[in-house]
Ligand binder design. Structure first.
Ligand code: ACO
Length: 322
């Protein structure tokens, strides 16, 4: 049976950098408060780019790196929560921009777990033989859904995109397994309401910014990420020692440190780039994978990835790189 293998990675970060000191001029905060609580020093803000521009650029970079041609792509999935459009999908806009004329394309919304959810969906299409080559993108322009007067949220996020090309293979290399879960009873822990128009018959609420109960998110992530890794390890007859590298959703360095401790793993097995990028939601994992790939640090490694976020949603996967 076929399974997916990542044959190319790409990313795009807007060039406009906003440091913690820059933010301290906008809201009452400090570099010390932000850095000690989150591990973030700076983030990119997409002043001059829309969501589909960033996604298309990350996709082009991944195609170039893989040598796969746009017209060879059968499926495009874009994971995002911050598109300017509720329709069309970002994936369709990307399909047009990169010339992937043979692909069917749609968006997937699982917040910061979107990349891992997307990987799961692509795996199913690949296993049935319907898809041979797929493009999976995580992209966010969270700067446009934040309340820039709310210091408890606006300091946490950044904009950017990451993409991978996934090819059907029968080799041992590739996706070992993916597992995803949702806790819909906690939907209100982390929300961002879509801005809709007033009608002659009813008015819409004004309050459509991202809102979060930070401490509940912290506890949820620290409990559920080790649990889902453990379940996935058991399902696949693996042990933590078999995993060379962990790439977790970059929400907060303290979450990653706590997860490493709970799993009894050294922190240097956990990749972090949150210092430079902030939290780019669905884009954090593919951006990190592309950075690691660029440094040649994925070759020959078994990598555990995990996303967690609004929904609540969470998921994990193990991938063996050639
Ligand atoms: N600068 C300075 N002070 C601040 C800031 C800020 N940017 N934000 C909040 N504060 C103040 C608060 O007003 C409060 O002041 P008070 O004590 O006078 O009332 C104080 O700092 C403590 O506020 P808390 O919200 O309790 O801060 P906490 O220590 O919980 O840290 C944080 C907040 C960093 C968000 C933390 O809850 C956390 O790490 N949560 C994990 C969730 C997370 O990282 N989410 C990211 C996005 S979600 C995702 O990707 C899944």
């Amino acid at each position: 049976m076929y399974h997916g293998k990542i044959v190319g990675t790409g990313s795009f970060l807007p060039d406009f950098i906003v440091t913690n000191d820059d933010l301290a001029k906008v809201v009452e905060t400090s570099d010390d408060w932000i850095y000690t609580r989150t591990g973030i020093k700076e983030r990119r803000i997409a002043k001059d780019y829309g969501v589909s521009d960033m996604a298309a650029q990350a996709a082009k970079n991944a195609l170039d790196q893989s040598g796969v041609k746009p017209e060879e792509i059968d499926l495009i999935i874009t994971a995002t929560v911050s598109s300017e459009y509720s329709m069309p999908s970002v994936a369709c806009m990307v399909q047009g921009k990169i010339g992937a004329k043979n692909a069917f394309a749609f968006d997937l919304q699982a917040a910061c777990s979107g990349f891992v959810y997307g990987l799961d969906v692509i795996e199913q299409f690949i296993k049935t033989g319907k898809v041979k080559k797929a493009l999976l993108i995580g992209v966010e322009k969270l700067s446009q859904v934040l309340n820039w007067e709310d210091r408890s949220t606006c300091v946490l996020f950044g904009d950017g995109a990451g993409a991978v090309i996934i090819e059907a293979t029968k080799e041992v290399y590739g996706v070992i397994d993916v597992l995803n879960k949702s806790i819909g009873t906690d939907w209100d822990v982390l929300t961002s309401k879509i801005k809709h128009n007033d009608t002659p018959y009813y008015k819409q609420g004004e309050d459509n910014y991202l809102k979060m109960d930070g401490q509940q998110v912290f506890q949820f992530a620290c409990k559920k990420v080790p649990e889902i890794f453990e379940e996935l390890l058991t399902n696949n007859g693996l042990e933590t020692i078999d995993v060379d590298l962990f790439v977790l959703h970059q929400a907060n360095s303290r979450i990653i440190e706590r997860v490493a401790k709970k799993m009894g793993q050294p922190i240097d097995k956990f990749y972090m780039n949150i210092e430079k990028c902030g939290n780019t939601s669905a884009a954090t994992i593919p951006i990190a994978l592309d950075e690691l790939n660029g440094k040649g640090e994925l070759s020959g490694k078994t990598v555990g990835i995990s996303g967690f976020g609004a929904g609540l949603t969470y998921g994990a996967a193990f991938i063996q790189f050639q």
